[in-house]
Design a protein around this ligand. Structure first.
Ligand SMILES: [Zn+2]
Length: 283
């Protein structure tokens, strides 16, 4: 099951926009196919702080895939197949509390799934092209994010003078539309912190492949219920994201530098399957 690592194999994956890798030297584009279909785009392999990193534009280059049409299974499988064992998933979110305004960085420790139409498991009993059939497997997602990755992400943000919110609940909606005011007020009333459209099933699928997964959410707007006004617009989201992408990238690269080597991973992510017979061979 385990891939034998070599010096050129990426060990860390970043699922985010092209702004995270477009300026790197020596980026190699690799096309990867998977038993679950094609990922959002090619993988872009580069080096950050001496670590080999595979970048995957979540929405495809040019941002043509809406959140509900992203092939999350193919994305995670593709990353694992090139050697990745630790994944960072930065994403834009709406703040559900007035104190989480635009520019807030929140590293969530909990997740609520309110999506509707997405393939959210590898182990669905549907035969793959190679003739093998995944068994039904139930992984624990009580703590959906890697404890080590979270700790490093919080420390890295502080190191860049960007005091993050350490913990909180990311609620993931189906999209692509934003929330109504009633939905937004309801999310806030549950005590949830931020709302996004891509955090699920990414974290769950990473766990199913025994990958570490760390979410880093950048608040680009206050969600509809959190303020009186016009509600959120797409332009507003893009503007705030663009204004913060440089410092988010700096923090992200500091996290990459600090993540443990594969042999030193001491979190529970790498044994999430607990020896279960998946019926298929993981890459
Ligand atoms: Zn982990």
């Amino acid at each position: 099951m385990a891939n034998k690592a070599n010096a050129t194999q990426p060990e860390i994956g970043v699922i985010g926009g092209s702004g995270f890798y477009s300026f790197l030297d020596d980026v190699t584009e690799v096309q990867v196919d998977t038993p679950y279909g094609a990922p959002s785009d090619s993988l872009f392999l580069g080096e950050v702080a001496g670590r080999r990193v595979a970048f995957l534009p979540r929405h495809g280059r040019g941002h043509h895939l809406p959140p509900h049409r992203i092939n999350y299974r193919a994305n995670l499988w593709a990353l694992r197949s090139v050697g990745v064992r630790q994944v960072l998933g930065p994403c834009a979110v709406g703040g559900l509390r007035s104190e989480y305004g635009p520019g807030t960085l929140l590293v969530p420790d909990q997740l609520v799934d309110r999506t509707k139409s997405r393939a959210n498991t590898f182990y669905d009993g549907v035969p793959l092209a190679d003739g093998t059939t995944p068994n039904v497997v139930h992984v624990s997602l009580a703590d959906p994010y890697c404890s080590t990755g979270r700790r490093i992400a919080v420390k890295a943000a502080r190191g860049r003078d960007w005091e993050p919110v350490d913990g909180g609940t990311l609620v993931v909606i189906e999209g692509p539309r934003f929330s109504t005011r009633a939905e937004s007020r309801w999310h806030a009333a549950q005590g949830w912190s931020v709302v996004g459209m891509t955090g699920h099933p990414e974290a769950a699928l990473a766990r199913e492949l025994e990958l570490c997964y760390t979410s880093m959410t950048l608040v680009t707007d206050l969600d509809a219920g959190a303020e009186a006004g016009e509600g959120v617009s797409h332009e507003e989201v893009l503007e705030v994201f663009a204004a913060n992408v440089d410092r988010l990238r700096s923090v992200l690269f500091d996290v990459v530098a600090e993540l443990p080597a594969e042999a030193d991973r001491d979190c529970l992510c790498g044994s999430a399957l607990n020896g279960s017979d998946t019926g298929i061979r993981l890459p």
